[in-house]
Design a protein around this ligand. Structure first.
Ligand code: OAD
Length: 261
């Protein structure tokens, strides 16, 4: 029997989900597993997703807020929008899905999270190996010279700040439309995808590349692909299994099932 190395028991979970024996065996025997996550995993923490009917991109225009031209044209407006998102993130706590992914490390030591989220909730839940593809809203850098400003003081600063070195505008460390992903992060994500035995795609619409390609790289390399999402996505037809449910509901039950196998 596998043990969960002292992570809290997740019994009392109510009705069961019939996970396939193939999935349970695959995980139990996997030397490494990978979670690719998107905004849906933070939905149960109160952080809005992007493409839901009431999601962020239904209320705000990405081209006016999440790109460098918008920032250079109106840095204060873009800064304020990110400060309001920071406020949400700073008040959010990880949910049962984040904790379950972290607890999988106690079962499969080589467990990695590749996330499109910028909220830092995986790390707060205890995940030790998190690859951030789209940056982290808690950090900053200078648009002019690239100097890092990860100082926590800026998190509640309402006025856009200027760089002490070059006078450039300081911006949140998030990837904007039209920008390249951090090279090291995407290279490591692709490496991990080729190596993982089971890849979970959790809470992402699988519409934004290159993140959407990570499970497909794994598929080609022989990984077992599992989607966890209340709704179908373009990945659904490529996945070995699609589990319809929320990450906060499905993942703790799956962990418990694997630990009990
Ligand atoms: P989306 O808003 O596109 O998709 C969220 C997905 O989560 C949808 O497929 C939902 O069905 C699913 N979902 C909602 N609640 C869930 C829950 N509780 N459990 C599991 N799944 C749930 O968000 P992303 O796919 O993350 O990029 O979007 C990708 C990128 O698009 C973001 O990183 C962001 C955005 O533009 C940048 O800002 C660079």
């Amino acid at each position: 029997m596998l043990t969960n190395n002292g992570f809290p028991s997740m019994s009392n979970l109510g009705t069961t989900i019939d996970f396939s024996p193939t999935l349970v065996n695959r995980i139990a025997q996997a030397p490494s597993i990978l979670f690719l996550t998107g905004a849906g995993v933070s939905a149960e923490s109160g952080v809005a997703t992007f493409r839901a009917a009431d999601g962020l991109w239904s209320k705000f225009r990405p081209e006016e807020l999440a790109n460098v031209d918008a920032f250079l044209a109106n840095p204060q407006m873009v800064w304020e929008w990110y400060q309001s998102r920071r406020e949400v993130v700073l008040n959010a706590r990880p949910n049962a899905g984040h904790y379950a992914m972290a607890a999988f490390e106690g079962v499969i030591p080589e467990t990695t999270v590749i996330t499109q989220n910028i909220d830092g909730l995986h790390q707060e839940a205890g995940s030790r190996d998190v690859v951030e593809l789209h940056g982290n809203i808690r950090k900053n850098f200078c648009q002019g010279c690239g100097k890092r400003y990860d100082d926590v003081d800026f998190l509640t600063e309402q006025l856009v700040q200027q760089c002490g070195d070059c006078g450039g505008m300081i911006r949140p460390d998030v990837v904007w439309f039209g920008e390249l992903l951090p090279q090291q992060a995407i290279a490591r994500a692709e490496f991990l995808a080729r190596k993982a035995h089971v890849i979970f795609s959790v809470g992402t619409s699988s519409l934004v590349w290159p993140a959407a390609g990570i499970p497909l790289i794994g598929l080609e390399a022989g990984a077992y692909i599992v989607e966890v999402n209340p709704d179908p996505t373009p990945l659904t037809n490529h996945a070995h299994e699609s589990i319809r449910g929320t990450s906060g509901d499905v993942l703790p039950r799956l962990l418990e099932r694997v630990v009990g196998s």
